[in-house]
Every structure is written in structure tokens, then in C-alpha cells.
Ligand binder design. Structure first.
Ligand code: 13P
Ligand code: ZN
Length: 274
């Protein structure tokens, strides 16, 4: 099968384009990776032309031999749709989990996103915790989430609670809450280690003054999660722009009732008295 005809490739490109259209990816901002199913690899592997093994910059033993579709470093999401072979690619992880090689795409001297260590370490955590169900890791630069990292304390409890209050569906969409990584230099192992630690607890992690990471089962759920968090952040920015004191809001007991009816568990540490 032609790689561009594979359903997962179409889904990947559509998600990249949706993110561009919603403003999450100025210039080369953001990156997306998908852990490809064995059956999907089988359908397209005749097209693979393996390149040289390169260092990942970290170790992901539990991803040995896995294939990932990735966005390219310095490549623009707005081009994913029109130049997929240049903007995206497929990589294979080596048997010792320390190297990757490009097997398709990223033409004209491309390489995987500079956030590959974060993506792969997050994949490794999620693969283990979800029995292989989660396959997508998504990073973007949503303006409202980033704006809030200049104003709110950089604490999971505060971000979770403030965003939950902004839309009734929020606690249902991200019941485990949101993690926060303080400002760090991006693109390396250190920030990858911090992010993947938080991915053990959360599906969404904020990078202060930088952006957002989301993890999920498929493109719809991961994009929907990212979009929901940014929408809640937008409502909070609008609210804070009008007043610093809300006249009314969703209260802790309201969340407890919601949790019952929607059959979700909302950790009490987010339902503190203000
Ligand atoms: P890449 O172009 O290397 O993917 O980097 C973009 C980015 O958002 C870094 O955090
Ligand atoms: Zn970024």
C-alpha cells in the first residue's frame, strides 16, 4: 500500500492540519508522534528505505523495534497537508532503545522533532500504563494556556481546579488533572524526564511559558483533549480579563455530584477550599 493511502497517515496529517488551523503551531511550533500498530506497519513496510541509525538522546527500552510517525524538526505544521513526505516521516527504534533510523519521509535533509526524547519517553510511560492502548503524543503552543503560566502558580492543583471550573465537561474530559513542568530548556533529556514523570499521573502536561503536551489513545481523543484544555484556558483568560473575583462558579460539591453522575473519579486534592 502507498504510505499516503494508509488511514493512520491520513489521520495524522488531518490532525496536524487541524492544529495549524486552530493556531497551535506558529512557524515550526509543536510536534506530533504516533506509535504505529504492527498491522499498520505490515501494510506499508515494502516502501521503507532505512537510513543510518542515530542517537535518540535518551533510552526507551520498552519501545525497542517500534515504528513511529513523527513530525520533522523545524518543519511547519501548515505544510503537513501539502508536503507530507517533507514535513513528516516514519522512524524505527533500535533493539537497545537508544537509536532511531528514518525509514520513510523527512526528505530534503529532515530529522525527527527536537522533542523526540520527550515524545518517546512519554510513549514509553503510556504504553506501559495503558497496556499499549495509548498511541499519540501531541505538543503545541496554545496561546491561552501559555498566558496562564505567567499568572497562576505553577501547580497541578491550581491549574486543574481553575480549568475544571471553566467548563462543566472539563472534569469529565481530564478527570486525572493537569501536570505542570516549570520553565526548562526544551529539546533534551532533562525536560523529557520531568515530563514523562508527570505523564505517569496525567494525560496533559503544561510546559510553563512554552506549551502543552497531551497523550491519548487515538488522534480524535488526543486532539480533543488538547483542544478542550485550551478552550477552558481561553474562557479563564477572558474571565480574568473582566474581573479577578468570579461572582459564581462550579463549587467542590458540584464537582462531587458531577463525578457521581458521570461515573468519573475526581481526586479530592483538586477540590480544596479556596
Ligand atoms: P521542532 O520543530 O524541533 O519539532 O520543535 C518545535 C517545538 O515546539 C519545540 O518545543
Ligand atoms: Zn514547543
Amino acid at each position: 500500500m502507498n504510505i499516503l493511502d494508509a488511514e493512520f497517515v491520513k489521520g495524522f496529517i488531518r490532525m496536524a492540519n487541524d492544529g495549524w488551523l486552530l493556531g497551535f503551531h506558529e512557524r515550526n511550533g509543536g510536534n506530533l508522534t504516533y506509535r504505529i500498530k504492527d498491522s499498520e506497519v505490515d501494510e506499508i513496510k515494502d516502501n521503507f528505505k532505512p537510513g543510518q541509525w542515530q542517537e535518540i538522546g535518551t533510552e526507551v527500552k520498552d519501545l525497542a523495534g517500534e515504528f513511529f510517525m513523527v513530525t520533522g524538526s523545524g518543519r511547519f505544521f501548515r505544510n503537513a497537508d501539502i508536503r507530507p513526505e517533507e514535513t513528516t516521516g516514519i522512524i524505527e527504534v533500535s533493539e537497545d532503545g537508544t537509536k532511531y533510523r528514518i525509514v520513510w519521509g523527512l526528505i530534503n535533509g529532515g530529522r525527527p522533532t527536537s522533542e523526540l526524547p520527550s515524545h518517546l519517553m512519554n510513549h514509553e510511560v503510556k504504553k506501559k500504563l495503558t497496556n499499549g492502548k495509548y498511541r499519540v503524543i501531541y505538543h503545541g503552543h496554545p496561546a491561552n494556556v501559555i498566558a496562564l503560566t505567567f499568572v497562576l502558580p505553577l501547580e497541578a492543583e491550581v491549574f486543574t481546579r481553575e480549568l475544571w471550573e471553566m467548563a462543566t465537561e472539563c472534569p469529565v474530559v481530564f478527570p486525572d488533572g493537569i501536570g505542570v513542568v516549570p520553565w526548562m530548556v526544551p529539546g533534551g533529556r532533562e525536560i523529557a524526564v520531568e515530563t514523562s514523570k508527570l505523564m505517569e499521573l496525567y494525560d496533559v502536561v503544561i510546559w510553563a511559558h512554552h506549551g502543552l503536551f497531551a497523550a491519548g489513545e487515538d488522534f480524535d481523543l488526543t486532539f480533543g483533549l488538547f483542544h478542550t484544555v485550551e478552550k477552558a484556558a481561553e474562557i479563564l483568560v477572558k474571565t480574568l480579563s473582566m474581573t479577578s473575583a468570579k461572582r459564581q462558579t462550579i463549587m467542590p460539591d458540584d464537582f462531587r455530584r458531577l463525578a457521581k453522575d458521570f461515573n468519573v473519579e475526581l481526586p479530592e486534592r483538586f477540590l480544596y477550599d479556596k
